[in-house]
Design a protein around this ligand. Structure first.
Ligand code: ATP
Ligand code: MG
Length: 491
C-alpha cells in the first residue's frame, strides 16, 4: 500500500523511543562504552507519522554483533541472535519487533559489483553510505543526547518537501549501487514524493548500470511498486529514466501509435499503465496486478495491418501467455502456480469481452466458468480494469455488459456447478460398466459427458451422465456388463 503523509512528527523524537526496549539497548551500549543510534527506515516512517514501525535498524559505533549479543541478554526470555558474519550484522526478533544491528561503516565501491569494500567508520560515514537523505536520519540512544535527531543532510526538509535526494553526489550514489535507482523510483511511488532533478538525470545517465543487479532484487522493487495505490507513477518513472528497456522490454515494445490509411490503434503501453492503476483500486492481489501489467504484451509481436479491417492483434493472448514464462524466467521469478495464474489471466483476458459483446448464452458462460475455474472472479476484475475508454457512453455500456456477465456467471454456477468441474462419472465407473481395461474409449466417453454438460444438453448430475455414458458406449460398439444397464441404455 502507498504510504500517505497525514502530518509530520517532526517535533518530539523522544516519543519514537517510547518502547522500553530502546532503554535496554541504550543500557547495553553504555555498559560496552559505545555509541548507538536508531537509523534509516524506522526514523523516516516515524517522522512520516505512520505509527511506530516494527523493523528497527540500530547502528553501533563499534561492533553491531557484540551489541546485539549484549542486548539479547537483557531481553526477557533471552531471544536468539541471528548473526550474519559476512555482512557484519545481527538480528533479534522480540515481541513482534525485528531489531537489526550493524556497526557504523565506511564503504567504497568497485565498478563491477554492488558489494562494497567496508571499513569501520563514524556515524556520519554510515549516514553518507545510505541511499537517500530521508533514509539517513538517526535518533541518538546515548546518555548525553538521548532522543536527539541527528540529521546532517537535512532529511527533515526533504520530508517536508516530499523529495527523494541522495546525501552525496547522485552520480556516485547510483553508480556505486544501481539498486538505489529502483529504490528511488519505488519510494517516489510509495510516498508520493518527487525525485530530485539531479537524481533523475543521474539515474538516466547510469541506467545501464542496472545490468549488475540481480533479477530477484529488481523484482522485489517491482513488487513494491505494483503494491502501491498508483503503480503507473513508478512505471512511468522507469520509462522516463530509460530503465524500463533493461527490465521489461516487452512493455516498452507496446509504446506508440501507428497510423496507416487513417486507421490508428491505441498506445498499448500507456493503456496498460491505466489498467494497472484501475486494478489497484479493486484488488490487493499482487499477481493479479502482474497480470494487468502483462495482459497485452502479446500485442507487439502479433500486430498487423489489413486494408479492409485495419489493425489486428490476432492470438495476442496466447502469444502473451507464452511470453510471461520467458519474462518470469529472465527475471528469476518463481515458475510456479503464481506464474501459471498470470499466464492463465493473460490467455483468457479477452474471453469475457467477447462474451459481453454478443448475445450471452448459458453454454458460453458455462465454458468460461469451466476454463477459468476458481479464477473467474479475478478474470472479471481484470476485464473491468481493462476498460479505459474516455467516452463516457461506451464506458457505461462496457461496465454494464460485464455486470450482466457477472450475474450470468452466478446464475449458471448456482445451477450447474462447473466452477471446479468434477466429472459426474469417473473413468473407473466407465471401465466397470463396460468391463474395460484402460483404453481410448474411456476418454472419449468422458469428453462426451463433459461437452454435453457444458453445452447444456444434460444437467451436471450422475443419472443423466450415466445414461449418456451407456448411449455413447453403444455408439462405440461397447456392451454394458449387466442387463440392468442394457435396458437403461435405450433412453
Ligand atoms: P522498506 O523497509 O520500506 O523497504 P527501508 O528504507 O527501511 O524501506 P530497508 O531495506 O529496510 O529499507 O533498509 C533500511 C535502511 O538501510 C534504509 O532506510 C537505508 O538507510 C539503508 N539502505 C537500504 N538499502 C540501501 C541501499 N541499497 N543503499 C544505501 N542504503 C540502503
Ligand atoms: Mg525497513
Amino acid at each position: 500500500m502507498t504510504i500517505k503523509i497525514e502530518h509530520l512528527n517532526l517535533k518530539d523524537h523522544k516519543v519514537a523511543l517510547d518502547n522500553p526496549i530502546f532503554k535496554l539497548v541504550a543500557e547495553a551500549a553504555s555498559e560496552m562504552g559505545l555509541d548507538c543510534y536508531v537509523i534509516g527506515g524506522f526514523v523516516r516512517d516515524y517522522l512520516l507519522a505512520r505509527g511506530i514501525p516494527k523493523d528497527i535498524d540500530i547502528v553501533a559505533v563499534g561492533s553491531g554483533i557484540a551489541l546485539a549479543e549484549k542486548v539479547a541478554l537483557k531481553f526477557q526470555g533471552r531471544p536468539r541472535v541471528s548473526v550474519f558474519k559476512n555482512f557484519g550484522t545481527a538480528m533479534i526478533r522480540h515481541k513482534g519487533l525485528e531489531l537489526e544491528f550493524v556497526g557504523a561503516r565506511k564503504e567504497s565501491y568497485q565498478r563491477d559489483s554492488r558489494k562494497p569494500i567496508v571499513e569501520n567508520g563514524t556515524l556520519e560515514d554510515d549516514q553518507k553510505r545510505r541511499d537517500f537523505t530521508i533514509n539517513t536520519m538517526a535518533i541518538s540512544l546515548n546518555a548525553t543526547d538521548y532522543g536527539n535527531l541527528i540529521d546532517p543532510f537535512d532529511g527533515q526538509n526533504d520530508l517536508k518537501n516530499k523529495l527523494i535526494r541522495t546525501p552525496l553526489d547522485p552520480n556516485i550514489t547510483y553508480s556505486d549501487d544501481p539498486l538505489r535507482m529502483m529504490r528511488a523510483i519505488r519510494f517516489a511511488t510509495q510516498l508520493e514524493f518527487e525525485i530530485h532533478i539531479e537524481s533523475l538525470k543521474s539515474i538516466a545517465n547510469n541506467k545501464d548500470r542496472i545490468k549488475i543487479i540481480s533479477g530477484e532484487r529488481i523484482v522485489d522493487e517491482l513488487h513494491k511498486i505494483l503494491e502501491c495505490d498508483k503503480p503507473s507513477v513508478g512505471f512511468s518513472l522507469l520509462h522516463k529514466t530509460g530503465l524500463l528497456p533493461y527490465i521489461l522490454p516487452e512493455l516498452v515494445a507496446l509504446e506508440g501509435i501507428e497510423e496507416i490509411e487513417g486507421q490508428r490503434h491505441k498506445d498499448n503501453f500507456w493503456h496498460t499503465l491505466e489498467v494497472v492503476d484501475n486494478i489497484a483500486k479493486t484488488t490487493d492481489n499482487l499477481w493479479l496486478r502482474w497480470a494487468a501489467l502483462l495482459h497485452d504484451i502479446g500485442k507487439a509481436p502479433t500486430k498487423k495491418f489489413h486494408k479492409k479491417i485495419g489493425w489486428t492483434f490476432h492470438g495476442h493472448e496466447f502469444v502473451g501467455s507464452k511470453m510471461v514464462y520467458k519474462l518470469f524466467k529472465r527475471l528469476h521469478m518463481p515458475l510456479n502456480e503464481k506464474m501459471k495464474f498470470v499466464q492463465k489471466m493473460v490467455l483468457m483476458s479477452s474471453r469475457p469481452v467477447i462474451l459481453s459483446e454478443d448475445f450471452i448464452t448459458d453454454s458460453a458462460v458455462r465454458r468460461l466458468v469451466f476454463d477459468a475455474g476458481d479464477h473467474v472472479d479475478d478474470l472479471m476484475t481484470l476485464c473491468e480494469a481493462d476498460i479505459t475508454t474516455k467516452n463516457p457512453k461506451k464506458q457505461k455500456k462496457y461496465k454494464h455488459n460485464f455486470k450482466v456477465v457477472r450475474q450470468k456467471i452466478e446464475e449458471v454456477e448456482a445451477r450447474d456447478h462447473v466452477r471446479n468441474f468434477q466429472p459426474p462419472i469417473s473413468g473407473e465407473e466407465i471401465m466397470k460398466a463396460f468391463d474395460l481395461e484402460p483404453s481410448k474409449n474411456i476418454g472419449i466417453i468422458k469428453e462426451a459427458i463433459k461437452e454435453a454438460i457444458l453445452e447444456g444438453e444434460i444437467p451436471n448430475e450422475h443419472e443423466a451422465a450415466f445414461a449418456l455414458m451407456l448411449k455413447k458406449g453403444s455408439e462405440l460398439g461397447l456392451l454394458p456388463k449387466t442387463d440392468k444397464y442394457r435396458t437403461s441404455s435405450k433412453n
